[in-house]
Design a protein around this ligand. Structure first.
Ligand SMILES: Nc1ncnc2c1ncn2[C@@H]1O[C@H](COP(=O)(O)OP(=O)(O)O)[C@@H](O)[C@H]1O
Ligand SMILES: [Mg+2]
Length: 213
């Protein structure tokens, strides 16, 4: 790993059933095949504390959760993930593949739930210790098409279709503002075609950062 100064963070974003986890796991497998040092994590989750918070967040019986409580729980899980996993991995020059991260908070809570943007952005940075993804894949798909792939039973998935459409719009708006960092992928493409695009972009980044592929 000659030339590598610090690890990198690659995140996957998108609406429910867009194919994020499929692509994130495929990238992690590709890194494993190449013997590149990496970890695969999910947000919220991965840490013991984060997985417990995740259960509360996704519990469909807790449908009366206030939007403020929701965002603070997501950020609580993210801060634990950041300090327990991400910061040490980045320090150790590992490649971190993360299924969702801070952009989800913008799309789901700020944009789709109308929480105050500046305030949430400050707390989002606070939770993530200012870490920004080096590369983000936004797996973009029409909400109706995504919903055909799976019937969502968890608290977030149970939200109305209009809510998920706002989430998609929020993501696209963000991608428009951060063209260099966020790659928008056409989520209707076959899994393998998407994987080739992911590997091409991630490979470019890793070479630039000094990894040998
Ligand atoms: N590109 C694709 N084309 C068709 N089906 C897909 C594609 N990617 C994923 N799927 C399927 O859609 C469902 C949701 O995929 P998943 O990766 O779990 O989505 P997410 O993590 O975004 O919720 C799974 O059944 C998966 O096999
Ligand atoms: Mg998933």
């Amino acid at each position: 790993m000659y030339g590598v100064k610090r690890g990198v963070l690659i995140t996957f974003e998108g609406v429910e059933c867009s194919g994020k986890s499929t692509q994130a796991k495929a990238l992690a497998r590709w890194l494993a095949e190449k013997d590149l040092p990496h970890i695969f994590v999910r947000d919220p989750g991965t840490t013991q504390i984060g997985e417990n918070i995740r259960k509360i967040l996704l519990n469909p019986r807790l449908g009366n959760m206030h939007a403020k409580c929701e965002v603070l729980l997501f950020l609580a899980a993210r801060s634990q993930l950041t300090y327990e996993k991400l910061l040490p991995a980045i320090r150790e020059k590992q490649i971190v593949v993360c299924d969702r991260f801070a952009d989800s908070t913008y799309a789901y809570q700020t944009y789709a739930r109308n929480l105050p943007a500046r305030l949430v952005a400050v707390f989002n940075r606070f939770a993530a210790a200012g870490i920004k993804p080096d590369l983000t894949f936004l797996v973009d798909i029409d909400v109706a098409a995504a919903q055909k792939r799976g019937v969502g039973g968890d608290r977030m998935e149970a939200e109305k279709t209009e809510y998920h459409e706002r989430v998609r719009d929020g993501y696209l708006k963000l991608a428009h503002r951060a063209k260099k960092r966020i790659r928008v992928l056409d989520g209707t493409l076959p899994v393998e075609a998407l994987h080739q695009q992911v590997v091409a972009a991630a490979g470019d980044l890793l070479l630039r950062k000094g990894y040998r592929l």
